[in-house]
Write a new protein. Structure first.
Length: 193
């Protein structure tokens, strides 16, 4: 915070004590940096979100490989400059991500399931049509696409503040950001068999 010229504020005790309790037990250097970043975020006087209490619980539930996968995933979203309004339908193709991270995240499917459970990533939400003047949408879990969420983005931002950048960056191909349904705001038509 000092390096960024920020004045810290007092951290709410319901955030501070659980955060410190979890952080002191951390033996992974990258995870320890995430805890320090989360503390920095909670102490930022410009931060008005107050989400750190929930972020403490989320970070407790992440293995280092899961947190690493989440960082790489959101790097791809940022690299492609995908705006938040497109997050629900456009995302990263799972097979590309899995292929690039198979050594770093050996239990890739378990990591993805955990990130989905925590709502840090999501399956695409596609428009089926309009009913009573309201868009009818459904999640497509068999799409081979993972999408960003507002919660995931806020969490990665809070846990990334001031962290040391990794030596290695992962760049999945440009065509890995996809909308497999190509709805482009239209409707997906389902046919009965």
């Amino acid at each position: 915070m000092e390096k960024d010229g920020l004045t810290p504020k007092a951290v709410n005790l319901r955030v501070l004590f659980p955060l410190l309790e979890a952080a002191v037990l951390e033996d992974d250097e990258q995870m320890a940096e995430r805890w320090a970043s989360l503390l920095s975020s909670a102490a930022d006087s410009n931060n008005k979100s107050g989400q750190e209490a929930s972020f403490v619980e989320i970070l407790r539930q992440l293995a280092p490989t899961h947190a690493f996968l989440l960082d790489v995933f959101y790097e791809q979203i940022e690299r492609q400059k995908l705006p938040p309004e497109k997050w629900s339908e456009h995302g990263v193709v799972v097979s590309y991500l899995k292929g690039y991270l198979e050594k770093e995240v050996p239990e890739f499917d378990v990591a993805v399931d955990n990130l989905l459970r925590l709502h840090l990533i999501e399956h695409p939400l596609v428009k089926l049509g309009v009913a009573n003047g309201v868009d009818v949408r459904c999640r497509v879990v068999s799409s081979n696409i993972l999408c960003a969420t507002s919660l995931g983005h806020a969490f990665v931002s809070a846990c990334g503040r001031g962290r040391t950048p990794r030596d290695m960056r992962y760049f999945v191909p440009g065509d890995s950001i996809s909308n497999v349904f190509w709805t482009q705001g239209g409707a997906v038509r389902l046919q009965e068999r």
